[in-house]
Design a binder for this molecule. Structure first.
Ligand code: MIG
Length: 658
């Protein structure tokens, strides 16, 4: 049951596409106060768990912290982080009473989940203009599934996007890319994508390619594709302010950029220097900005990643002027302290109050609709790509998002670090993101910031084997971490080989989840609701309907403890190409897992398909699959991975393990 409680005059975020009955009065699961903005509170029982929030720090169970949903260019994803890049305002309280809450509100909103008082959850925002959806059901899984129906179907990428991708901020020239391609191909390391970070552009100008460096870009794209590698360029939110740059000129002429209060075009510095921000909340401007992606699809590009779309702002002229004035005054007053030179935190800069959008609900100051920017930038691309080639799927993912964006693209989880704790964070986020509709997601394997070590990357990739987006990405100033940079290339080859052998299964589970508004990754408690221990497990997930994953995330560990809610077959992919299998009874076990092994657990009575090794997704032979696990049947989904005829009954096959 879903009821919708409307307060004030909500902004049409277009997050919800399904039906909910309009309720009168406040929800019975908590108390609403409209005294200062909006505030919802409810008591939590000692054993209640709280799930959801999508991209957020900390555990699967979100209890015991305060999360500020305000899309932020988050430089550190530590336990202290209140805000990351996205705002996913959905939680499920699971306990004696179980209910889901979606706060459809486009600006900053705070979830205090047992932070101020351990037994109380309070969700508060500055304006009482929102729709609150309350979902009741049989348990947390049922509530999540109803929510997923409410927000509409998840984005479906092309099949090649399930291959492995290599990325690094700092690849600049065709030689840089060719060297990485050689590193993979010459070492027989599977690879489907190379990501192009901002340096491919001319002066960081969106939809341009540095023509001196890439004199014949379409030929380069085609040559890479001939080697089985798709190039995936980045697009940033900020458009360089430069006379003569057609995107800038056109946007100004048509009034498609965000404006200041006085109507002048808003300017702020990001990578290209002074930049304008496409007003993606204005449907006309959104269509215009989206149409520019065709410049690159015409060159043969089939996928994009959208960055800096919180939007990130380095400096505004206003902030610079104000800082200077403050400093001068402090010098005069003898009150200068060195920390005055430090840039204030995003939330203290006031930049989001300096510009405006022309939305379907009238002119809005940016801070009132802040959390919708990345969503609508990616929607611009998604809608445009569907116009450019209606039958074809494109790869598309974003850094910032709001619920609703999951219909247009995936997300990656941004600038993590080469930390062991971020392997665990990656795992937990997968389930939380799935609850909010984001199925095509993954983290920067090996870590974006900091220096990866060989063992960290191996362990992290053994988790990445299961994430739909499997990409190794790092910052320019870190140790190189492509899979051929370490002494034991064969171990990386083995892990990648396991990924490609599992792609038929991963793709099948992805498609079934996307087509049925279901989850790929679930907390154990969703599948074993009667089992008290399952509710405690924070470092294992159920994947699809057949398997459980339990990555090793501790340095120098030879294995890990794992909890089995029921009998399962413990499977290890060994580097020699063999597979070890052992039936383990329900309960706690210590399982040994070497650095170069990939573990998974098959649920009792279930089986999964397995392909032979391949170096690209296109080369996977799905006609000759073997089965792994218990004897039984598996419902296998497959299609050409390119077009959109998902409902063709021929896409489903029953595979038997005898
Ligand atoms: O301010 O384009 O999260 O993946 O490599 C940094 C450079 C901008 C942030 C992205 C990261 C990317 C980087 N970008």
């Amino acid at each position: 049951m879903i009821s919708k409680h409307t307060y004030g005059n909500p902004f049409p975020t277009e997050a919800v596409v399904g039906e909910a009955s309009q309720a009168q009065g406040d929800p019975s699961c908590g108390e609403v106060s409209l005294e200062e903005g909006f505030r919802f509170s409810c008591r939590m029982g000692a054993d209640d768990a709280v799930y959801g929030l999508g991209e957020a720090s900390r555990g699967l169970n979100k209890r015991g912290y305060r999360y500020v949903n305000s899309c932020t260019d988050a430089t550190s994803h530590s336990e202290t982080a209140f805000s990351l890049y996205s705002a996913h305002n959905f939680v499920v309280v699971a306990g004696k009473e179980t209910f889901g809450l979606f706060f459809d509100y486009p600006a900053q909103i705070t979830f205090d989940i047992g932070y101020t008082r351990m037994d109380t959850m309070t969700v508060a925002c500055a304006r009482a203009d929102l729709d609150l959806y309350v979902i009741t059901g049989e348990g947390p899984y049922d509530v999540v599934r109803q929510f997923r129906k409410l927000i509409g179907p998840s984005y479906i990428p092309p099949k090649f996007a399930f291959g492995f991708g290599q990325s690094r901020w700092g690849y600049k020239t065709p030689e840089d890319f060719a060297n990485v391609a050689d590193g993979y191909r010459n070492n027989k390391l599977p690879l489907d994508m190379l990501y192009m970070d901002i340096d491919y552009m001319q002066d960081y100008k969106d939809f341009t390619v540095n023509e001196e460096v890439f004199p014949d870009f379409p030929a380069f794209v085609a040559e890479m594709k001939r080697r089985g590698i798709r190039l995936v360029p980045i697009i940033d939110a900020g458009v360089k302010a430069e006379k003569g740059y057609s995107i800038c000129d056109e946007g100004i002429e048509k009034g498609y950029f965000c404006t200041r209060a006085d109507g002048s075009t808003f300017v702020a510095a990001v990578w290209p220097g002074d930049s304008h921000f496409p007003d993606v909340l204005n449907p006309e401007a959104r269509a215009w900005f989206g149409s520019k992606y065709q410049i690159l699809t015409d060159a043969g590009i089939e996928g994009f990643w959208n960055d800096m779309n919180e939007p990130t702002i380095f400096y505004t002229p206003e902030l610079t002027a104000q800082t200077r004035a403050n400093l001068e005054k402090a010098f005069q007053d003898g009150a200068y302290t060195p920390d005055m030179l430090r840039k204030p935190k995003t939330e203290d800069r006031g930049d989001y109050e300096r510009f405006y959008h022309k939305t379907i609900a009238g002119v809005k100051r940016h801070d009132e609709v802040h959390n919708l920017y990345g969503y609508n930038m990616t929607r611009a691309a998604g809608e445009a790509l569907a116009r450019i080639d209606p039958d074809k799927r494109f790869l598309l993912f974003s850094r910032s998002s709001y619920i609703g964006m999951h219909r247009y693209g995936g997300i990656w989880t941004g600038d993590n670090c080469s930390w062991w704790s971020h392997i665990l964070l990656n795992l937990r986020m997968m389930a939380s993101l799935n609850m909010c509709g984001f199925l095509y997601t993954g983290a920067d394997l090996g870590g974006f910031g900091g220096n990866a070590t060989c063992d960290l990357l191996l362990r992290w990739m053994a988790l990445g084997v299961f994430t739909p987006l499997m990409r190794n990405h790092a910052a320019w100033d870190t140790r190189r971490q492509e899979c051929y940079q370490f002494e034991n290339t064969e171990d990386f080859r083995h892990i990648l080989e396991v990924r490609y052998r599992l792609i038929p299964y991963i793709y099948s589970e992805y498609m079934k989840a996307a087509l049925n508004d279901d989850l790929i990754f679930k907390p154990l408690a969703f599948v074993y609701p009667e089992d008290r221990m399952s509710a405690q497990v924070e470092d294992q997930l159920m994947m699809g309907s057949e398997i459980m994953i339990a990555p090793v995330y501790t340095q120098n560990a030879r294995g890990r403890y794992v909890y089995l809610p029921e009998e399962m077959e413990f499977v290890k992919f060994l580097p020699c190409g063999k597979i070890s299998r052992e039936v383990l009874p329900a309960g706690h076990h210590y399982v040994e897992i070497a650095l170069n092994e990939v573990p998974l657990f098959i649920r009792k009575g279930k089986c999964i398909p397995l392909a032979g090794p391949a170096e690209t997704v296109d080369a996977i032979d799905t006609e000759h699959l073997t089965m792994l696990g218990y004897s039984g049947e598996y419902e296998f989904y497959d299609d050409d991975g390119v077009h959109k005829d998902y409902t063709d009954p021929r896409n489903y096959k029953v595979l038997r393990n005898i």
